[in-house]
Design a protein around this ligand. Structure first.
Ligand code: AMP
Ligand code: ZN
Length: 452
C-alpha cells in the first residue's frame, strides 16, 4: 500500500518514494536550548517520532538526525542574563530536554548534532556561497545571503520576491523575523559586544553563525546533500526553512529536501502556545498536576498533525482517563502471551497511517480492537503491542501494580460479602479501597485490583 503524505513544498498530498529505495534520511529541527521546552514544542517532536515509528513499521531503514541549537540570539542573550557560560547554560537545558524525551517515549535520533560542533562545515558552506555570488559582506562586517540572486527564493512559503515591499538592500541580522520583513539574512554575524565571549576566529572573520546556516550545514554533513524528509512546526516554514533551502540549494546546486513536513500549532485560546506570549505549559507542569505525561501523546493523536489543536487541561485529563483504560485493557491481558498479530487489524492500521498519518482514525481502530470480543485475548494482546510500535504508549513497559497487603485483605473481605450477597457491605468496602487509592473491577476471572 502506498504511503501518501502532505508535502509543504507542493502543498499537495504526494506518494512517498524515498530517494534511495528502502532507506530514508530524516532531519528534524531540534530545540533551541535556552529554556525548558513547552508542550507546543513537544508536538513537533512527537510528530517526528510518530512519523519515524510509522516508516519503520513499514519496513524503511531510517537515518534520523536532530540538531541542538546551542548558539543563536536567544541562547547568547539568556546565558548572559543568567551569568553562565554558553556551554554550561545550553548543556543544562539539553539534559532537561533528554529527560522529557524519555518520559514521552520519544525514540532518540541516530545522532544529535550540536551547532557548536559544526562551525567548520558552516564556514565552508558560507565560503561556497560567497564564491558563487549568492552572499556578500555587509558594511557591518557580517555576511548576508542575497535573496534576489536566488530566483527560487520563496518557493516553500509560496510568495514571489517581486511581491515583497522591502527595498532591495534591506538586511536582517536577527535570526527570527516575519514575512513582512523579508530581507537579505545573516549567514555569518560579525562579533559585537552583545556576543561577549561567544565567537569563533575563522576565515570569515571573528563572529558566529546565523541560525539558518546551522541546519543546512549539519543536515548535509550528517545525511547528504539531498535528504528525504525534513520536519518542524509550521512556524519554521518562514524564514528558517525557506532560508535553509536557499543556502543549501545555492551551494550544492541540487534539490535539498524531497518532502517537507510540518506539524500545525498547539494553541491556547486561539493563540500559538509560545514562550514569548507566556501562555505555555511545560511537561513538568503537567507532571506537577499529577497528569500522566503520556496522556499528552494520546491527546495529540486525537487530532491530525496538520490540524491546529486547542490546549485545555480538561481535554488532557480526558485523554488521561482514556489512556488509563487502554493500559488497563492491556494489563488485563497480561497472562495471554502467545498470540499472533491480527492481519486484518494490522492492514487497517497501515491504511489509516498511510493516509497522511491519520492518527484519529488509527486511535479509533485501537479502541475497536480493545472492545472486540471476537478476537482471542492472546491475539488482542499481540496486536495491541504491535500497534504500540507506532503509538509509543509503552504498553510493553506496563507492570501490574504491586498491591499492598491491606488492600488485598479488603478485597478478600469484599469477595466474601459478595458471596453472601451483602451488597451494602461490598459497596462500603469498595469505597474504602477507593479511598486508599485503589480500585477493584469484577471480571470473569475474579477481582482485578489497580491503582487509581
Ligand atoms: P524552537 O525551540 O523554538 O526552535 O522550537 C522547536 C520546535 O517546536 C519547532 O519545530 C517549532 O516549530 C515547534 N513549535 C513551537 N511552538 C509550537 C506550538 N505552539 N505548536 C506546535 N509546534 C511548535
Ligand atoms: Zn532547523
Amino acid at each position: 500500500m502506498d504511503i501518501n503524505i502532505f508535502n509543504s513544498l507542493s502543498r499537495e498530498i504526494e506518494k512517498f518514494e524515498p530517494i534511495n529505495n528502502n532507506s530514508v534520511s530524516l532531519y528534524t529541527c531540534g530545540p533551541t536550548v535556552y529554556n525548558y521546552p513547552h508542550i507546543g514544542n513537544y508536538r513537533a517532536y512527537v510528530f517526528a517520532d510518530m512519523l519515524k515509528r510509522f516508516l519503520q513499521y513499514r519496513g524503511y531503514k531510517i537515518k534520523h538526525i536532530m540538531n541542538i541549537t546551542d548558539v543563536d540570539d536567544k541562547t547568547i542573550r539568556d546565558s548572559k542574563i543568567n551569568n553562565k557560560s554558553l556551554k554550561d547554560f545550553t548543556e543544562f537545558y539539553t539534559e532537561e530536554f533528554f529527560k522529557d524525551r524519555d518520559i514521552l517515549n520519544i525514540i532518540p535520533p541516530d545522532k544529535y548534532t550540536k551547532a557548536t560542533d559544526y562551525i567548520d562545515e558552516m564556514v565552508s558552506m558560507i565560503e561556497q556561497l560567497l564564491e558563487k555570488g549568492y552572499a556578500y559582506r555587509g558594511d557591518d562586517g557580517s555576511i548576508y545571503f542575497d535573496i534576489r540572486k536566488d530566483k527560487e527564493y520563496g518557493k516553500l512559503s509560496h510568495f514571489k520576491l517581486t511581491d515583497l515591499k522591502t527595498n532591495a538592500d534591506g538586511r536582517m541580522k536577527k535570526d527570527e523575523y516575519d514575512k513582512e520583513n523579508t530581507e537579505d539574512f545573516a549567514l555569518w554575524k560579525a562579533w559585537d559586544e552583545n556576543d561577549g565571549d561567544v565567537y569563533w576566529e575563522t576565515s570569515l572573520g571573528k563572529g558566529r553563525p546565523g541560525w539558518h546556516i546551522e541546519c543546512s550545514a549539519m543536515s548535509i554533513a550528517e545525511l547528504s546533500e539531498q535528504i528525504d524528509i525534513h520536519t518542524g512546526g509550521v512556524d519554521l516554514i518562514f524564514p528558517h526553512h525557506e532560508n535553509e533551502i536557499a543556502q543549501s540549494e545555492c551551494s550544492t546546486g541540487k534539490q535539498f529536501v524531497k518532502y517537507w513536513m510540518h506539524n500545525e500549532h498547539l494553541m491556547v485560546d486561539s493563540k500559538k502556545m509560545s514562550k514569548s506570549l507566556g501562555n505555555f505549559y511545560t511537561l513538568r507542569d503537567l507532571i506537577d498536576k499529577n497528569i500522566n505525561p503520556l496522556a499528552f501523546r494520546l491527546w495529540l493523536y486525537t487530532a491530525g498533525y496538520r490540524t491546529k489543536t486547542n490546549f485545555t487541561l480538561e481535554s488532557i485529563k480526558a485523554s488521561e482517563v482514556a489512556l488509563k483504560r487502554l493500559n488497563d485493557a492491556f494489563l488485563d491481558l497480561s497472562e495471554y502471551i502467545d498470540g499472533s498479530i491480527d492481519k486484518e487489524y494490522k492492514n487497517k492500521l497501515i491504511a489509516y497511517m498511510s493516509n497522511d498519518l491519520d492518527t484519529p482514525g488509527a486511535l479509533s481502530l485501537l479502541w475497536d480492537l480493545v472492545h472486540d470480543t471476537n478476537i482471542s485475548k492472546a491475539d488482542k494482546r499481540a496486536t495491541m503491542l504491535d500497534f504500540d510500535n507506532i503509538f509509543g504508549f509503552g504498553f510493553d513497559k506496563l507492570k501490574n501494580d504491586i498491591i499492598p497487603q491491606n488492600i488485598n485483605e479488603l478485597v478478600s473481605e469484599r469477595e466474601l460479602a459478595r458471596e453472601n450477597k451483602d451488597w451494602a457491605k461490598s459497596d462500603e468496602l469498595r469505597s474504602r479501597i477507593n479511598e486508599l487509592g485503589y480500585e477493584v473491577k469484577d471480571t470473569d476471572n475474579g477481582p482485578k485490583i489497580s491503582k487509581i
